[in-house]
Design a protein around this ligand. Structure first.
Ligand code: PMP
Length: 434
């Protein structure tokens, strides 16, 4: 028996070919490091404050109310009350009549929405354009579908007059972007507001992307999970609202980010039926559906928000207001110690330049590990402060071009941000004292 099973083990690889080269994952490593060493965790992107009361109450009502059918399966492509309200809500934003049954599909978080898109649209040999820095799962998801990711970086421009850099200073080079489109291009992934930089793409930038999509007849997978988290009066523009783009765009959202409840794992896609019908095929044959009670509660959350839309009591107005303040605190505390922040226009992430702190963590020439990985590991182990290296959001070939930045999450209680500030101040004092 033993020899048989050994033989079986050795005769061919256990894992499918599609997993080759994608077995390393930043989150597995850094979530574990944070759990082991961090006293202050500004690493992974989740709020340490509770979701709004109205949402928690809706969940409790769904859980313990009369309707015990909420404990059972619901419609595979989305619990009817949720798809109805999402169709109404996004229909209003896009100025278009949406059919809840064919233009909306609920997923297990935005993660599964992305997975459905790549599985549904990407074939062996297809290319998918990804703008760097990018939410890291796009690359392995494209590869798992048999596709080839093609990367194009946002290029930073130095700000004028010694001002702090803004995420708006990171821009696409139009000629470089255009050069990435080929006959094999099937789709482009757009993430605005962008994780990790916090960049909110301008109308002009979106039009540039839209024109290329039309010219080459390609799809746009538009990850908009941070759609409400936009600051300084900036506006989030939905690329699907641009001329000609509705028909070729899948919009992706997340209740995790929208209502500060990342653990609920409720996400959605909005788009034309000609695209969503294929997402339904993948979804039907993979997750099937997302927890009914969570969908019911999110539906009620949206019901409230549609009534309060644009009003001061709306959570979609209040949350960014609070987060903007938190962003400003973190900007100040990082700036004060010389860890230069790049001011994000959106999201709850902030990228900071660690160059001035390099003397604490010497470079190892010819190391396989990008410098920012080593720095972030050292920081959590020695200072108890967890952050994520920016190069995690770049493809292998480009990691070393962007290896002196780290990403912080500022969706945190005041006390957490204060504790981070204390660590940074103490560190700075230790550095300057002889
Ligand atoms: N897209 C982006 C850009 C994200 O930052 C995240 C979560 N960090 C997701 C998608 C996944 O969202 P969810 O938690 O709803 O699966």
């Amino acid at each position: 028996f033993l020899s048989l099973s050994l033989q079986a083990k050795m005769s061919r690889p256990l894992q499918a070919r599609r997993l080759e080269g994608i077995d390393k994952n930043i989150w597995v490593e850094f979530v574990k490091l944070a759990a082991t060493y961090a006293t202050v965790n500004l690493g992974q992107g989740f709020p340490d404050f509770p979701p709004p009361d109205f949402l928690k109450e809706a969940f409790v009502r769904a859980l313990s109310g009369e309707n015990h059918m909420l404990h059972q399966y619901t419609r595979a492509f989305g619990h009817p009350p949720l798809v109805k309200i999402l169709a109404q809500f996004f229909g209003k934003l896009l100025g278009r009549d949406l059919d809840p049954m064919t233009n909306v599909m609920v997923t297990v978080g935005a993660y599964q929405a992305l997975f459905c898109c790549f599985q549904a649209f990407v074939d062996e040999g297809d290319e998918v354009i990804i703008i760097e820095p990018f939410f890291d799962c796009y690359e392995p998801m494209v590869k798992m579908a048999g596709g080839t990711p093609v990367f194009v970086p946002l290029r930073p421009k130095a700000p004028k007059d010694g001002k702090l850099m803004s995420s708006a200073d990171w821009q696409l080079d139009p000629a470089e972007l255009a050069s990435k489109f080929s006959e094999r291009t099937k789709a482009i992934v757009l993430n605005s507001p962008n994780n990790p930089l916090g960049k909110v793409f301008s109308q002009g930038e979106l039009e540039l992307i839209a024109d290329l999509c039309e010219k080459h007849d390609i799809l746009c997978i538009s990850d908009e999970v941070y759609e409400w988290l936009v600051y300084d009066g900036k506006e989030h523009i939905r690329i699907a609202s641009l001329r000609g783009m509705w028909d070729r765009t899948v919009m992706i959202g997340s209740a995790g980010k929208t209502f500060s409840a990342t653990g609920w794992k409720v996400g959605w896609t909005v788009g034309p039926n000609r695209l969503l019908q294929h997402l339904r095929t993948v979804h039907q044959n993979s997750a099937y559906h997302c927890a009914t009670i969570a969908q019911e509660a999110v539906a009620q959350g949206f019901q409230r928000e549609i009534e309060l839309y644009g009003k001061p009591d709306s959570y979609f107005v209040q949350l960014p207001k609070e987060l903007q303040q938190k962003r400003d605190w973190l900007v100040q505390s990082l700036d004060a110690v010389g860890m230069k922040p790049i001011i994000p226009e959106g999201t709850y992430f902030l990228v900071a330049d660690i160059s001035e702190f390099k003397s604490d963590v010497p470079e190892v020439p010819d190391s396989d590990e990008p410098y920012d990985y080593r720095f972030a590991k050292w920081m959590v182990k020695n200072k108890g402060l967890a952050a994520i290296p920016l190069s995690a959001f770049y493809c292998g070939a480009h990691k070393n071009n962007y290896n002196h930045f780290i990403r912080f999450c500022f969706a945190k209680e005041e006390a957490t941000l204060k504790a981070a500030n204390d660590i940074l101040q103490k560190w700075k004092r230790e550095k300057t004292s002889p």
